[in-house]
Ligand binder design. Sequence first.
Ligand code: MG
Length: 382
Amino acid sequence: MKKISLLGSTGSIGVNTLDVVERNPESFQVLAMSAGSNVDLFAEQIRKFKPKIASLFDTTKVATLKERVADLDVEIVPVEEGAVATLPEVDVVVSGVVGSAGLVPAMQALKAGKNLALANKETLVIAGELVLKEAEKTNSQIIPIDSEHSAIFQALNGEKKERIKKIILTASGGPFRTYSLEQMESITVKDALKHPNWDMGAKITIDSSTMMNKGLEYIEAKWLFGLDTPVEIIVHAQSIIHSMIEFVDTSIMAQLGLPDMRVPIAYALTYPDRFECDLPSLDLATMGDLTFEAPDFERFPCLQLAIDALETGQTMPAILNAANEVAVQAFLDELIPYKDIAEIIRMVMHNHRPSPLNDLQDVLNADQWAREETTKLITVTH
Ligand code: MG
C-alpha cells in the first residue's frame, strides 16, 4: 500500500490522481490533501478519501471548509505549516499545484525526504537548480508526471543518461497550429480554451495554445535530463507519441499512448513497477497517420522567449514564468488581447536585470518583482 499526499487535489491533475487512487483502493491511500480555493469540491473529496490532514490555500474559506467536514475525522491544518507536504508516514507527494505556488510545498516535500511525483512544471522552471540540490541532499526522487517528461523518463529506463544524443520533445501545436499570423490577431478566450487533444485546466490550456507550455517543458526537460542535453521540439498534432529520446547510436525510443493524464500519474505512483489500468487502449489502425512538423517560432514567440530565458539563466526563467502567469490571467479576464501575452512577457524580460538564485527567497523575490512589473505594464499599456 502506497501512502500518498496530494497537493492541488481540486485541479485537473488532482482529480485525475484521485481517479487513479479510486480505481486501485488496495494499492493506494491518500493521507493528506491540499487545495487552492474550490471548497465545495475539496470538502467532497475529503469526505470520500478520508485523509488524516488537509490544507486550504485560500484562508478566507478555511472556516467554511471546517464547517463542511466537522463530522469527519480530519484535521484542517494551516497551509503555511507545510504538514501536507511533509507528513511522516507518506511515501510519495504528488504535486498538481498550478503555477509558481507549487515551489514552496515541493521544496518542503524534498527537504522531508519524500519522493516527489511532479506535475507542476513551474517548480523546476523557476528554481531547477535549487530543487535538484535539495533532492540530492535528501536522496529523494523526482518522478515527472508531465506526459512528455514521463515519456522521456520511461524511454530512459535501463539506459544511461550519458548515451542520450538528444531529446525529442513533442508538442500538439495547440488549437492555433494552422492559424495564419493574421488569424492570430483576433483569437478570443473561448477559442484559446479549446485544446484539440488534452482536457486540462485553464492556465495550462492557454499555455498550450501559445506554446509557452512547450517552452516551460523545454526548461523542465533540461533540468530533469541534463542541461547539456540537446532538446528538439517537434510538432506532432495527434499527441500519441508523448516524446522520444535519440541515443548516440541514432536509435530512437518513444513512448506512445492515448492522451490521458491518468497514465503518467499511475506510472509515477507505481514506479519502478506498473499496474493494470482499466483504461482504453490505443488503436493505431484507427489512428491512421501520425504527423510531424517543425515548430513556427514566428507565430509562437513564447517558445523562443522560454529558450532564451533558460539561456540567460539565473532569475530569468522565474521572470518568464511569473510574467506569463500574470499575462495569461489578464487575457482570461479579457484585459489584454491574445497577441499581447508574448509581447508583455518580452517587455518584462527586457526590463529585468538577472541575478543569481542562492536560495528560495531569491526565487520568490524575482517572482514577486515580475508579477508587479507585469501588472504595471498591463495597466500602462491597456
Ligand atoms: Mg505536458
